[in-house]
Design a protein around this ligand. Structure first.
Ligand code: 5RP
Length: 249
């Protein structure tokens, strides 16, 4: 599909945010590699530095797609193991609010993304200007669901007012999209989310929901493009220019 000037512009912003994230990476770090188009820019740019011998890092990817890309660009990969902690994870988001709560999972990788972000000392979000919102909820909230449980999960989410829609393949709308774990993805249309903590605790008690796309209190900082500048957003702190930011991990 041909890209429009707007998607081209957003893609430039994604590249810009990804480039700014490079200041957060230090030699020797173990890095969680996110999923989606913004994270892909980060992985590509990180690979350039690794190949040039400027950075020695190792990574673990949050999806098979990011793992393939990391391999292609020359980032050494580490398998999950007990005790493994990441110094930094860099990942995109579908929406982020001023408290740095996130909706993630538009790319279907929410489960591995939450596992790696939770195993990280510092989660850095990279985002174009469309992602920062006053309140979460315009973007449908993704769920990863065990296929056997799907009918009951749809009933339970509908009872909560979530208007659940099973995610279908854009190219072949007769095919359901499956996650890397071969689970189904369900997009919930709750509208504006007034109490994200309550919703998260309600969703996680529904049997068959493996994970939901609300990332609450997990991200430490976000790099968001605003009027062609990259700003660092943190919960409860005034935005700062990324190039001036010194409290790096
Ligand atoms: C994938 C995600 C992505 O981070 C999110 O969808 C943002 O993607 P993009 O960087 O392409 O806008 O959560 O599961």
């Amino acid at each position: 599909m041909a890209s429009t000037p707007n998607t081209d512009h957003l893609d430039q912003e994604k590249q810009h945010a990804a480039r700014a994230a490079m200041r957060w990476v230090r030699d020797g770090m173990l890095v969680g590699l996110g999923t989606g188009s913004t994270a892909a820019h980060f992985i590509t740019q990180l690979g350039e530095k690794v190949r040039a011998g400027e950075l020695r890092i190792q990574g673990t990817a949050t999806s098979l797609a990011s793992e393939n890309l990391a391999r292609q660009v020359g980032i050494p990969l580490v398998e999950p193991r007990r005790g493994l902690r990441f110094d930094l994870t860099v990942d995109g988001a579908d929406e982020l609010d001023p408290q740095l709560n996130l909706i993630k999972g538009g790319g279907g990788a929410l489960l591995r993304e939450k596992i790696i972000a939770t195993a990280s000392d510092y989660m850095l979000v990279v985002a174009d200007s469309s992602k920062a919102v006053a309140q979460l909820g315009k973007f449908p909230l993704p769920l990863e669901v065990v296929p056997f449980a799907l009918p009951w999960v749809l009933d339970a989410v509908a009872a909560l007012g979530g208007n659940p829609v099973v995610r279908m393949d854009r190219q072949d709308p007769s095919k359901q999209v499956l996650s890397d774990q071969k689970n189904q993805l369900v997009d919930c249309h709750f509208g504006q989310l007034n109490d994200v903590q309550k919703l998260a605790s309600q969703l996680i008690t529904i049997p068959g929901i493996v994970e939901h796309g609300l990332f609450l209190g997990i991200a430490k900082a976000a790099l968001v493009v605003r009027e062609d500048r990259v700003e660092v957003l943190r919960a409860g702190v005034e935005p700062q220019l990324a190039s001036d930011f010194t409290e790096l991990p």
